[in-house]
Design a protein. Structure first.
Length: 652
């Protein structure tokens, strides 16, 4: 407390010390308040924008058309037309489809009414490119021809077995059933021929007469021949029992496994189409296997063959994309809730990020508990929903809003979603923060100027009083001053003028007054540079310049050895250098006690590091391993200090 009492500050410094912290605190509070207000306003604006966008999109999406787009299509069989490069499919409700190889969607073939085939259960199809005809095997032991031009359907053969896989080549249909392979001539004479060799379970063709009982048993339980395709006189088929693709050479009937255990996540192959470079396989969605690179492509295809290339789909995607771009949204989409699934609770239908970060129709996803509850409230109670800012592992920080798509009865049947990346919010709030900082800096500058102005407004009258007092002390009596403000100093100046006039009157009445003679000023002797002298074995070490050096140079003693180091750093003041030097010296001493000098070099990387050995009359450079004989005397310079080593006799 006594130290604080003895501190003497100028009035200007005192005013600034009092006012500046107050101004800084006020400015800081104002900046925080302005930032919070801006942040809340920005979030509120985004809430309104997201809700408005979701609601507007929900208002122009037709619920019936949205339901058609969302309806899944289940494929029952494939056949690839290598002439026209078209993959044909037959849906499980017996409707011929063309499969879009770029999107994986199933496109209806004009003119076909699935009711015409409703009485059949179709197992597999094959395409005749020349006649533009599909051949289909049925569970009712029939072979159908379906004219894709006229849509005419004809039963061209009936069998005494259930035909499974079907493949067509050169006016001949190949049929598999009950582990056996048949051929059927379409023209001119329709003849069914069973191949002389049957295909056993271990891939070896044998005459039926010499098949063993064990081979027949293996053949029955270990493999099947389903969904056939033919290319280059080779039949490819799906063995659903073992989830693998096999190949049969028509000429030799040699059976081999083409692909085995190649599908991820336990998926299974159901039907197959083949061209020279690819296998086209059907499960929940189209999968393409590149035969040359052994690569399975499946990520870009939608689930259950929904088609995102139709005019109906694009009719909504285009305006939704424009909305997304114009409002700088992150995601804009529609979705439905998914029930009875342990891993997922929703699936997407329309996604405006088509061609970019695109989510195919039917792609499953999982919402968190809050968003799922909000979506359920939209579906069940026709409410809108806006989430808080949330961190998603897949998409980052997002804020979402939902609104309901209603059918003609007013029932919500689907949901529109609008997401915005918080980075966009951060950009706007950062602008608000910059604005707050600028306002704060301006307020601080104005505050500093105001403080200075107030201080000067008070200091100048005091200075006038001080100089007038000095004039009076010098004998200039009757010198009046004029101070108008502040009011207190105005009154003081009036009293000061009265005093000056009284002194003048007194001097005139009692004679001339002489000012006392000034006392002599006392000189102050400052201590010169500190010299540290050490004596060992009649030898001196003298250090000059260390106390005034701003370089990080230090010297410590351990076991009559003197370690001098220099680091590549210059401090602003000698005080800073002294403080840091003391810390480093302490660390060096501790490391020397632990015999760990290398660690000091690794930590501080000195550019000079030497040991002065007085007893052995040498100086060793630790970094270069050089040794200097100091002899009778030596002067060594380290940066801006000098170390002198001399014999006592020479000094005397």
């Amino acid at each position: 407390m006594e130290f604080i009492k003895n501190i003497k500050l100028s009035f200007l410094v005192l005013v600034l010390l009092i006012l500046l912290p107050v101004i800084v605190i006020i400015v800081f509070i104002m900046a925080i308040h302005n930032y919070n207000e801006s942040y809340d306003a920005i979030l509120g604006g985004f809430d309104k924008k997201l809700l408005a966008t979701s609601s507007i999109t929900a208002s122009f999406v037709d619920a019936d058309e949205h339901s058609i787009i969302a309806t899944p299509k289940y494929m029952g069989s494939f056949s690839y037309d290598n002439k026209s490069n078209i993959l044909y499919g037959m849906s499980v409700n017996n409707k011929p489809q063309k499969i879009n190889l770029k999107s994986g969607g199933a496109i209806d073939i004009d003119g076909f009414d699935e009711s015409n085939l409703s009485s059949y259960i179709i197992n597999d199809i094959a395409i005749d490119s020349l006649e533009n005809t599909l051949y289909a095997s049925t569970y009712s032991k029939e072979l159908l021809s379906i004219d894709l031009n006229s849509t005419k359907i004809e039963v061209i053969a009936r069998f005494d077995f259930v035909p499974q896989g079907v493949a067509y080549s050169d006016n001949r249909v190949y049929i598999s059933s009950n582990k056996s392979l048949y051929s059927f001539n379409i023209k001119p004479k329709r003849v069914l021929k069973k191949f002389k060799y049957t295909i056993d379970a271990v891939g070896i063709s044998k005459p039926k007469s010499i098949e063993t009982k064990e081979a027949k048993l293996l053949k029955t339980f270990l493999y099947s021949m389903d969904s056939l395709s033919i290319l280059d006189n080779k039949i490819y088929g799906v063995d659903r029992a073992n989830n693998q693709i096999f190949k049969i050479d028509i000429d030799t009937l040699e059976y081999s496994i083409e692909l085995k255990e190649f599908l991820p996540d336990g998926r299974r192959v159901h039907h197959l189409g083949v061209d020279s470079n690819h296998f086209y396989m059907g499960v929940d969605n189209l999968m393409v296997y590149e035969r040359n690179s052994s690569t399975l492509l499946e990520d870009n295809f939608g689930r259950l063959y929904r088609d995102d290339t139709t005019q109906m789909y694009l009719k909504y995607i285009k305006p939704m994309t424009e909305i997304k771009k114009s409002l700088n949204l992150t995601y804009h989409y529609t979705f439905n809730l998914l029930y009875n699934d342990k891993e997922n609770n929703c699936f997407y239908i329309m996604d405006v990020n088509y061609g970019g970060d695109y989510t195919p129709i039917g792609s499953y996803d999982t919402m968190d508990k809050d968003d799922l509850l909000g979506a359920e409230n939209v579906m069940l109670r026709d409410e809108t929903y806006v989430s808080a800012v949330k961190l998603w592992e897949k998409w980052g920080l997002l804020k979402v809003a939902y609104a309901g798509i209603k059918d003609k009865t007013g029932k919500v049947v689907a949901i529109t979603g609008t997401d915005v990346d918080v980075s966009i919010i951060n950009i706007k709030t950062r602008d608000a923060l910059i604005q707050s900082i600028i306002i704060g800096i301006l307020a601080l500058i104005i505050g500093i100027y105001a403080s200075y102005f107030i201080a000067i407004k008070i200091i100048r009258p005091i200075e006038i009083l001080k100089y007038s007092a000095l004039k009076i002390a010098a004998g200039n009596y009757g010198d009046n001053i004029s101070i108008q403000s502040p009011q207190e100093l105005n009154k003081l100046s009036i009293e000061f003028n009265n005093m000056s006039n009284e002194l003048k009157s007194t001097v005139e009445n009692f004679g001339e007054y002489k000012a006392p003679i000034d006392s002599d000023t006392l000189g102050i002797q400052l201590q010169d540079k500190l010299n540290q002298s050490l004596i060992i074995n009649n030898r001196y070490i003298t250090i000059e310049g260390l106390e005034s050096s701003r370089n990080l140079i230090g010297m410590v003693e351990d076991n009559n050895l003197y370690y001098i180091y220099s680091l590549d750093e210059v401090l602003d003041t000698t005080l800073d250098a002294t403080k840091k030097r003391a810390v480093i010296n302490n660390i060096l001493l501790r490391l020397l006690q632990k015999d760990n000098l290398d660690k000091f070099i690794d930590i501080f990387k000195p550019k000079i590091f030497s040991i002065i050995d007085i007893a052995n009359y040498n100086v060793e450079d630790i970094l270069t391993k050089d040794t200097i004989d100091i002899g009778e005397s030596k002067e060594i310079e380290f940066e801006d200090i000098k170390v002198s080593i001399a014999n006592q006799r020479i000094l005397s």
